[in-house]
Design a protein around this ligand. Sequence first.
Ligand code: URA
Length: 186
Amino acid sequence: MYTYEELKNFVDHCTRCELCRTRNHPVMGKGNLNSPVLFIAEAPGRNEDRDGIPFTGKSGELFDRLLENIGMDREAIYLTNVVKCHPPGNRDPKPEEQELCIPYLKYETLLLRPKMIVCLGRIAAQRIIRPDYRITREHGTFLERKNVWMTAVYHPSAVLRDETKLPQIQEDFWKIKKKLEEIQRE
Ligand code: URA
């Protein structure tokens, strides 16, 4: 088994796909390694590529507010992406880039052993939960797989583009809080 630091080192020097040629910083996940909840987004954006930290831009600000609403912060959770390097022009990460990067996420998950996984947005939900996952229909619903509760919510940047989604994502965060409380009582 590799340690977390060793895994981070692999990510920091990764050249598995073409994104390594255009990235500034690979973005390893960040947060509490003992957290019961793992949030998984899509891929770093421009700000994250500059800073080397997940969700430092506008969608990160919204993410922080959503956490704050349910009495949590980044110290209480762990946050990462399916793809660790910024796709140029903010395009969706290609299936082959996801395929080459996913072993890092699998290993991160193995080290964290979360009790709950929350996918942020369609790309993560379709990669982690089910290829035909319909985020508009299924967001905020839970399923259990191998003793891990899974759900998906809208991607914060989708909420920034369409503010009518805000009440829905706020409600989904409340469901996450409730479920976490349930899990911790078990
Ligand atoms: N969007 C993502 O999907 N991930 C980040 O880290 C930042 C923006």
